[in-house]
Ligand binder design. Sequence first.
Ligand SMILES: Nc1ncnc2c1ncn2[C@@H]1O[C@H](COP(=O)(O)OP(=O)(O)O)[C@@H](O)[C@H]1O
Ligand SMILES: [Mg+2]
Length: 308
Amino acid sequence: MSSIVSVQNLRKTFEGGFEALKGVNLEIEEGEILALLGPNGAGKTTLISTICGITLGTSGSITVGGHDVVTGYRAARSLIGLVPQEINLEPFETVMNSVRFSRGLFGKPRNDAYLEDVLKKLSLHDKKDARIRTLSGGMKRRVLIAKALSHEPRVLFLDEPTAGVDVELRKDMWDVVAALKADGVTIILTTHYIEEAEAIADRVGVINKGEILLVQDKAALMAQLGKKELHVELTAPVDAIPTSLSKYELAMGPGGRSLVYSYDTKGERTGITTLLNDLSKAGLKLADMETRQSSLEDIFVGLVKETA
Ligand SMILES: Nc1ncnc2c1ncn2[C@@H]1O[C@H](COP(=O)(O)OP(=O)(O)O)[C@@H](O)[C@H]1O
Ligand SMILES: [Mg+2]
């Protein structure tokens, strides 16, 4: 696959000396959904603002569709749609006029048929003549997407599309994003919600303190970094873990009523069979057992802690 966005060694130091991006490298493949996952202040908005040419990088280079975002700004920008973090709409304008205006800014010829199609896809068509101030919050967010798509971009950036949005609307937004991907739009979204990245991304990039910690296929990320845990419930509580079991590095559950064994899902041997044998030799009786897969949340928290 070829990259549609290429970010190389990007650094951004704000006036006053704060370094918000510390040498970011990122390749975004055509047609994918990439979630940039990071806590508040990680540099997500700074990164996408720099890719979109709104903020100037201090050093490094960025191309979009092969165009440098500084020297080839107009060509690069015309390929990009940006849905900003803040809702910034003209309250007294109608939906259709607002979307038409956005298209006009890019010097594209009028094409109401295309715009109506965009509104239909976003379930906004019946609101095309409504004034923006009469719309619900969820509809306003979709108007922002319609505006961002008005000039037929190939890459769409969504900056925290569901921050502060209720669960129902968040799911609607995920459906919208999936439909846009089906249309061939490359999508980069930033989020600090792990379940959002888990739900819709093809690849996940984790960013913290201006550095990309990893970018990986979501499924592979979860399989590789994911540990599994075996929870063994005991018929009688223990005060301490028997020393004969020390090599398993077990953790004791609440009240000594259970033992937890962590193992690598990639390992050739899980060690479970010998553990169960050794538990029985140590005189422990099992009431129940359960295995749990660590979630993207555990992985993320672990990574961010390492770089804290
Ligand atoms: N114009 C600015 N001047 C100085 N510091 C800034 C400016 N904009 C953002 N920052 C700082 O850069 C860091 C990254 O900000 P931002 O990219 O908005 O993070 P995120 O979108 O991940 O929450 C934060 O510490 C923020 O305070
Ligand atoms: Mg932000």
